[in-house]
Design a protein. Structure first.
Length: 99
């Protein structure tokens, strides 16, 4: 979809004021799926709320597992990562041949 939508400034400000608070971000972000938080972050960026978009993504990422899109933690040593399109997924560690 490449169409542009016009949103009245007062509506955009009311939306960002309501959705860009530390309390709501920390309470809700971890319960959203990756696609949901990405969509919200894109909308916030379109409304000029870059920092809020980053905060939503970061707060969401705190609850992500190593196989989730926004995971930012340390991957356990026994796991290796293989890329699958745009998503990372764990793959069994490569077996080493003993010689």
């Amino acid at each position: 979809m490449t169409d542009t939508v016009s949103i009245p400034a007062d509506v955009a400000h009311a939306f960002t004021d309501a959705w860009c608070t530390t309390v709501i971000t920390s309470d809700v972000a971890a319960s959203l799926g990756c696609t949901e938080v990405d969509t919200l972050a894109h909308l916030l960026r379109a409304l000029g709320a870059e920092q809020a978009a980053d905060e939503w993504t970061d707060a969401h990422a705190e609850g992500d597992e190593p196989t989730d899109r926004h995971f930012q933690g340390t991957v356990p040593a026994e796991s290796s990562l293989a890329v699958d399109g745009m998503r990372w997924s764990p793959a069994p560690a490569d077996a080493q041949d003993e010689q």
